[in-house]
Design a protein around this ligand. Sequence first.
Ligand code: ADP
Length: 185
Amino acid sequence: MKQRLLFLGPPGAGKGTQASLLANKYSLNHFSTGDLLREEVAANSELGQQASEIMNKGELVSDELVLSIVESRLIGIEKGWLLDGFPRNIVQATALRALLDKISQPLQAVILIRIQDSILIERLLSRGREDDNENVIKHRLEVYRNQTAPLIEHYSSQGILKVIDGNADIELVSSCIEKELCTSI
Ligand code: ADP
């Protein structure tokens, strides 16, 4: 099975849920940059202090900061891994590619979870995280469209993009993802 993966999709698409399920089932390392940043904020570290205001506005934190978090986790890793919430723009994708080349662990698949906007907003509002109020959600969706969505074409042209319908229930979405990862072509 493919086991060097990344999950792509708008906020609220279910990336975190699906990534956790898959990581637990196949013992993969799961790195969510959003969760890692929230841990830094909770610990009130210097990095967390820098990130918190930006996150609450729904903007992206600096590429440098996120890259340092991801790099420190991927270097020296042995088992498979799954990235969720990273990369979020072309600069981060280019830096990731360079890092993966350096450690000789090329990306094997990109899972894009697609979902209707109306469902997204409903899910995010019911989640109630600090950055989940209506104005910030709208802004995060705009940031996704402008900065992250170009990665769809980027990975599609590399032939490793798998598109999943995220409108269905959790179990169905997860079985669709597993099927995609087990096919060799
Ligand atoms: P969601 O995708 O549901 O909006 P995340 O937990 O992935 O939530 O991210 C929350 C916030 O953390 C983002 O709005 C952004 O401020 C910050 N963040 C997470 N990952 C990155 C990243 N790769 N680059 C820049 N900022 C990030």
